[in-house]
Design a protein around this ligand. Structure first.
Ligand SMILES: C[S@@+](CC[C@H](N)C(=O)[O-])C[C@H]1O[C@@H](n2cnc3c(N)ncnc32)[C@H](O)[C@@H]1O
Length: 769
């Protein structure tokens, strides 16, 4: 497999769409289409958006990519609503179970549903998505509101989405992570990541070895970055549904992302003993774009589209991509050191069109595409104004376009398989430096097998790196060539400088007064807890963690390293990155995953540690199996139906097992089995809290609801009963509000959250690209 892949997704005004009439529409299909079309039109009318834009028309006509006789049909495709699409996420085993639930329970339920005498087609699998794990359906809001069958399906989707097992994501947006082929040992960067639908896919690939009950600890790393701090918080929220010790979120302008260092085993053995830059195996560049491909669902684009938006984003796109090409594994190269990868044999069922070698940028709002080259254009600009020109040489096709294999880019047009428009280019660093790919892979495997860094008491993030030290990212105004040279120089210096100047180890961080590179960054640092910290020792005892538990990879979020509240776990590589980089410089929002929390007890009593519901899959492999209680499906139903069921309300032998336990945290395994009302296909392991006379499941109420729906076909939880009681009391107005937020609604984002203001509408656009 490729040594380094960069997957670039750029929607620029040069992304074009072609249209072909969809074949074989029967009368009923046409009627259904008409109903949806009417709804869609109504939406535009309501929002006072006319589905026409003269500039858009002029620009795309000038590109000569759509013939006259196809033009009307092309525009028609852009005016049709997109189907609702989702994919099943989570570990492979969970995914399989959910896939079967959809196929065996919901498809038969939704078969032959009629609405106003019309048969509504059930959801169908997206043919090109691996293992049939992505689905689509195209029903009107009215159907979703009124059909009892679709309402039930919607409820299932909403609950599974809330717990992270289903991800609502536009079909074409699922493509790039698939093409990147991420492996558990890869170092991966998602540079413009929020709100994180592709990040979730990358994380799942990193966690390919997870089981239904236990999270693996992949040796690799995924950094999800976004320059917008509000949106970076969305990333944290999203990723909490997929806890990973290999995950970090940063909040930086990707075009000036600093070099990151880690301590490789080779370096540790060397005399210098210095950390060095590490390089990424896979980089996803979902750079900001004009969003033309989202026209089918983003109403506002019709009104505001103008070509200069795309032109304006071009330099940021080039800068960002150029920067990250230099962060990809093994050395430092110019852009010409990359090849476009031929991915034509991947996802064989995906209908696609090749990249183009010729396009005509417009130099003004009025759609002036008359300049055949940048040189010809700049001649027309008065000399005094040339420096201010926003048009760059790279806006035009390169003179060697025919030699770059541009046909290997993927272009998806909406009509091809009823999706949004999309562009993907997969780039791979050419073989170099005399190292064959196999040797490079072998070298990496050896490094990864030996990544444990020496333990340090209260090891902290490096905080004494000067902001102007070698390795700093050049400023945003630096040109591409300067940028590449600067990175080359910086990297050389990092490698060659004497240890005294370059060694920013934890030891120095401990003794010197912390100096932060970015004092404006206010997040708390992550600090390693000493493995023999008395609080950690107590925690291990209380939670029955065995000696394999990675005590030297436990972090807290305070500068002192005191285990006062939540404990986080990271893998060895993340630990190394934390130890050798200034957290303010990389604007680190999160690292690893929160697994354990301290539960303060009453006066005079010892505090208790407890395992968080989302942390249990990470901790489970280290829990002494003899301490895990066994229970059956009946006990599970009681625990779902009641907040604090009394211990005496359970049947033997579970009842005696609980009685024998002290108050505090326990773990219970519900064995795969069958009962009168359901079948549990795989073991389920959950944390439990015992008080004096009762017990309770320590998982989020959303997780309980999703589980209940999956197992019993209805939400039997007390939270659901209370909610419906409230709804009844509040009368029909509450019901109306609830119905408004259904999947596919223009006011709902991929989180299932209802969006309210205009800024939020922007979020929906960007999320779904
Ligand atoms: C197309 S959206 C990314 C969608 C995301 N990849 C997903 O699949 O959910 C582009 C993102 O880039 C972010 N962004 C814009 N300029 C950036 C920059 N200079 N550096 C990093 N992120 C940037 C925006 O905040 C936005 O969240």
């Amino acid at each position: 497999m490729a040594v380094c892949l960069l997957c670039i997704i750029v929607h620029t005004p040069s992304s074009e769409f072609l249209y072909r009439e969809k074949p074989g529409r029967g009368k009923r299909g046409t009627e259904r289409k008409a109903t949806q079309q009417a709804e869609y039109q109504e939406r535009y009318m309501l929002e006072r958006v006319d589905m026409h834009n003269e500039r858009f028309t002029a620009y795309y006509k000038a590109q000569n990519i759509i013939s006259e006789d196809e033009w009307d049909a092309f525009m028609d495709s852009l005016r049709r609503p997109l189907p609702t699409t989702f994919r099943i996420a989570g570990s492979r085993q969970i995914a399989q179970t959910l896939g079967n639930t959809i196929k065996d329970t919901y498809i038969p339920l939704l078969h032959n549903v009629t609405f106003e005498d019309e048969v509504i087609p059930p959801p169908s699998q997206i043919p090109w998505y691996p293992d049939g794990l992505a689905w689509q359906f195209n029903v009107s809001k009215q159907v979703l509101r009124t059909s009892p069958e679709f309402k039930k399906f919607r409820s299932f989707l909403v609950h599974e989405t809330e717990v992270g097992n289903i991800s609502r994501q536009e079909a074409v947006s699922m493509l790039p992570p698939l093409l990147l082929d991420v492996q558990p040992h890869h170092k991966v960067m998602d540079m413009c990541a929020a709100p994180g639908s592709k990040t979730a896919q990358l994380l799942e690939a990193l966690h390919a070895n997870d089981t239904a009950t236990a999270t693996s600890t992949p040796p690799g790393l995924l950094i999800a970055n976004d320059s917008d701090s509000r949106r970076a918080h969305l990333l944290i929220h999203q990723s909490a549904r997929l806890p990973s010790p290999s995950f970090m979120v940063t909040n930086l302008d990707a075009s000036i992302y600093p070099i990151l260092r880690s301590m490789t085993p080779e370096k540790r053995r060397s005399v210098k003993n210095t950390p060095s830059q590490f390089l990424f195996d896979r980089i996803l560049c979902d750079v900001p774009c004009s969003g033309d491909g989202t026209l089918r669902k983003n109403v506002g684009i019709w009104k505001r589209w103008q070509p200069l938006d795309g032109n304006g984003l071009h330099s940021l796109q080039v800068r960002t991509i150029g920067m990250f090409m230099n962060f990809s594994r093994d050395s430092f190269f110019l852009l010409t050191e990359f090849d476009l990868v031929d991915v034509s044999s991947q996802l064989p069922e995906l209908i696609r069109r090749p990249g183009i070698t010729n396009w005509s940028p417009t130099v003004g709002r009025s759609i002036d595409t008359s300049h055949p080259s940048w040189a010809a254009y700049i001649e027309t600009v008065p000399e005094d104004n040339r420096a201010e020109s926003k048009m760059l040489e790279t806006h035009w096709p390169p003179s060697n376009a025919d030699t770059l294999n541009l046909e290997r880019c993927i272009r998806i047009y909406p009509y091809l398989q009823d999706t949004g428009g999309f562009f993907v280019a997969v780039l791979e660093r050419k073989e170099s430096h005399g190292l064959s790919r196999r040797k490079q892979e072998g070298k990496r495997a050896a490094e990864e097998a030996d990544m444990t860094i020496p333990e340090g008491k209260k090891l902290k993030l490096e905080t004494n790196v000067s902001p102007n030290e070698p390795g700093d990212a050049p400023s945003a105004s630096t040109s591409s060539a300067e940028l590449i040279n600067a990175i080359d120089d910086a990297a050389t210096i990092v490698e060659d400088a004497p240890a005294t100047e370059q060694s920013h180890t934890a030891a120095t961080a401990q003794t010197s007064k912390p100096r932060v590179a970015d004092p404006s960054f206010k997040e708390m640092p992550y600090t390693l807890v000493s493995p023999d910290d008395p609080a950690l020792v107590t925690c291990m005892q209380q939670l029955h963690l065995n000696s394999d538990f990675p005590t030297s990879n436990v972090l807290v979020r305070n500068p002192e390293g005191d285990a006062v509240r939540s404990l986080y776990i990271v893998n060895d590589f993340v630990k190394s990155v934390l130890a050798h980089n200034d957290y303010t410089r990389m604007r680190l929002m999160t690292a690893g995953t929160k697994v354990i929390t301290k539960q303060e007890a009453g006066r005079g009593m010892d505090a208790h540690f407890r395992i968080l519901g989302e942390g249990l899959p990470v901790v489970l492999p280290y829990i002494d199996p003899a301490t895990i209680m066994m229970a059956d499906l009946k006990a599970l139903k009681v625990l779902l139906q009641t907040y604090y069921p009394l211990c005496i309300s359970f049947q033997e032998p579970f009842r005696s097992a609980i009685d024998a336990r002290d108050s505090g945290n326990h773990v219970v395994r519900f064995l795969a089995s069958q009962s009168a009302d359901t079948t549990l296909l795989r073991d389920l392991v959950l944390p439990l809290w015992k008080s004096n006379v009762s017990i309770t499941l320590m998982v989020d109420k959303k997780v309980k609801s999703a589980l209940s729906l999956r197992l019993f076909g209805e939400d039997v939880t007390i939270a659901a009963r209370e909610a419906s009681k409230k709804k009844l009391l509040a009368g029909t107005s509450a019901a109306t509000q609830h119905d408004a937020a259904e999947p596919g609604s223009e006011h709902e984002d991929e989180d299932g959250e209802v969006e309210k203001d205009e800024n939020d509408e922007m979020d929906i656009e960007e999320q779904e690209q």
